[in-house]
Every structure is written in structure tokens, then in C-alpha cells.
Design a protein around this ligand. Structure first.
Ligand SMILES: NC(=O)c1ccc[n+]([C@@H]2O[C@H](COP(=O)([O-])OP(=O)(O)OC[C@H]3O[C@@H](n4cnc5c(N)ncnc54)[C@H](O)[C@@H]3O)[C@@H](O)[C@H]2O)c1
Length: 230
């Protein structure tokens, strides 16, 4: 947390304990429990918004309107209109708004981007990304699996990273049309599972190019009850 250029002034969380623990852990800053209290602090230049998705746009917009630059966690927001509003306020206020698509900074990603730009992979006409998680799946009823809070399923949680990387590596191709489908077929027997399963498929077209994304979150290893002894 130490930096010559930056000083952390506050850790804010509505769960008091979490804010307090962050101050203790990092040995800096003050704990606050309501972000409205610090909106007008003239010493505050920038904020990192890392709440659940439903508060991304609200908090980011409030801070930009109070003259602060914002780094907001991915996904930018739950729905397009929220994200567009964030973008609009960023232009209106002149504050910088950055979304935490951190994988863009990976050397491997930038190597691929350069290979594509240098023509080493030829003409790109199809991209397929597939992701499967069988562990570390957010628990049922939590913020990541409650649609009103998260705005979606696997595609909005993990998917935004892959979608962003593809668009980034391909230099933001113009999207002409887009379609997709999200399924929730696995782990329907909620009684015995602590997580849900989602398969999302999204594809879209840019002239002759098709992108396909498939995400599958499995639950096979997430049973609450212990495996019977054989
Ligand atoms: N960039 C990445 O690779 C990456 C990785 C992990 C998580 N994330 C994103 O970060 C966000 C948080 O994820 P997490 O796993 O840390 O969740 P988390 O539940 O551990 O932390 C979120 C915290 O926000 C607090 N909070 C909620 N509303 C608040 C409010 N109005 N004011 C202040 N605090 C509030 C909650 O009390 C909670 O402590 C999500 O949007 C997630 O998608 C991004």
C-alpha cells in the first residue's frame, strides 16, 4: 500500500468491521462507513469503487460530480443504461473514469495484441473463448448470484474480462449485431448445493468476424453434504 505518489486517506465500507480491519491491516487511512461523508474532502483526488455491482454507477457518479477521478471495479455496471450514464457524467465533469479490467495489463495479453497488430496471426475472422470454473463459485443468495445486485450471471462476472480482452486485442472492432443466451440448468437441486451453475453463450458479428464466448460454472465439487464413504 506504500507509494511515493499516493496516500490512502479512507477505507469506506458500510460493514464497519471491514473498514476498521482494512485500516488495521494496511496501517494507513481512516475508517468511514458512509461515503457521502467524504465526497467534499478537497484532499481526495481519486477513489476506487469496489462495492457490489449495484452500487458501481451510483457511487462513481457521486464522486465524479464532486470532482474526483474514479477507478471502478468491473463490471462497469449492471445494465447498459447505468454504464452509459457513468460515461456521460465522466465527459460532463471532465473526471477520469476507469474500469478495473485489470487483465489488459498482463504481458501475455499485450504480446497477443501485438502479434495480431503485426499480422502474425493473419486475418482474424473467428475468436472462441471458453471458461469453466468448478471451484470458487459464489454462494447462492450472495451478491454475485442475486441478479438484482449483480445484474447477471457468469457472463457479467467473468465474461466481461474475456469480452474486454478480445475487444482490446482486436483494437475495438465495430459491433454490428449481438445476441446471446444465458442458461441456468445445472445445480437446480438447491437443497444440496451451496452454489448455482450457469452456462452463458454470447456471439456477435463484425462484418466477416464472429466471436463466440462460452462460460460454464459447475457445481459438481460444491456439495454441502459430505460424499458417502465407499
Ligand atoms: N478486477 C477484478 O478482476 C475483480 C476481482 C474481484 C472482484 N471484482 C469486483 O469487485 C467488486 C467487489 O467484489 P468483492 O469480491 O470484493 O465483494 P465483497 O462483497 O467482498 O466486497 C464488497 C464490499 O462492498 C461493501 N459495500 C456495499 N455497498 C456499499 C456502499 N454503499 N458503501 C460502501 N461499501 C459498500 C460491502 O459491505 C462489502 O464489504 C465486484 O464488483 C466484483 O465484480 C473485480
Amino acid at each position: 500500500m506504500a507509494s511515493d505518489n499516493t496516500e490512502i486517506k479512507y477505507f469506506c465500507d458500510i460493514l464497519h468491521d471491514r473498514a476498521d480491519k482494512a485500516v488495521e491491516k494496511y496501517g494507513c487511512g481512516t475508517a468511514v462507513y458512509d461515503y457521502h461523508e467524504i465526497l467534499d474532502d478537497p484532499e481526495l483526488d481519486a477513489v476506487s469503487v469496489c462495492t457490489h455491482n449495484d452500487f458501481h454507477s451510483i457511487i462513481s457518479i457521486d464522486f465524479m460530480r464532486h470532482g474526483k477521478d474514479v477507478l471502478c471495479e468491473k463490471p462497469a455496471a449492471r445494465i447498459l443504461s447505468e454504464a452509459l450514464e457513468m460515461e456521460k457524467i465522466s465527459y460532463e465533469t471532465g473526471r477520469s473514469l476507469s474500469i478495473g479490467v485489470c487483465n489488459r495489463y498482463a504481458n501475455s495479453v499485450n504480446r497477443i495484441k501485438k502479434m495480431i497488430a503485426d499480422g502474425m496471426l493473419g486475418e482474424i475472422y473467428h475468436v472462441y473463448a471458453s471458461f469453466r470454473a468448478y471451484r470458487s463459485i459464489p454462494g447462492l443468495g450472495g451478491d454475485f448470484t442475486t441478479k438484482a445486485v449483480s445484474g447477471g450471471e457468469t457472463l457479467i462476472d467473468w465474461g466481461v474480462h474475456y469480452l474486454d480482452l478480445i475487444m482490446y486485442c482486436l483494437n475495438d472492432p465495430k459491433v454490428l449485431s449481438c445476441d446471446g443466451e444465458a442458461f441456468c440448468k445445472l445445480g437446480k437441486d438447491m437443497k444440496n448445493y451451496i452454489t448455482t451453475s450457469i452456462l452463458s453463450l454470447s456471439s456477435f458479428l463484425r462484418s466477416k468476424m464472429t466471436l463466440s464466448l462460452i462460460f460454464l460454472s459447475g457445481t459438481a465439487m460444491q456439495r454441502q453434504n459430505k460424499r458417502p464413504k465407499s
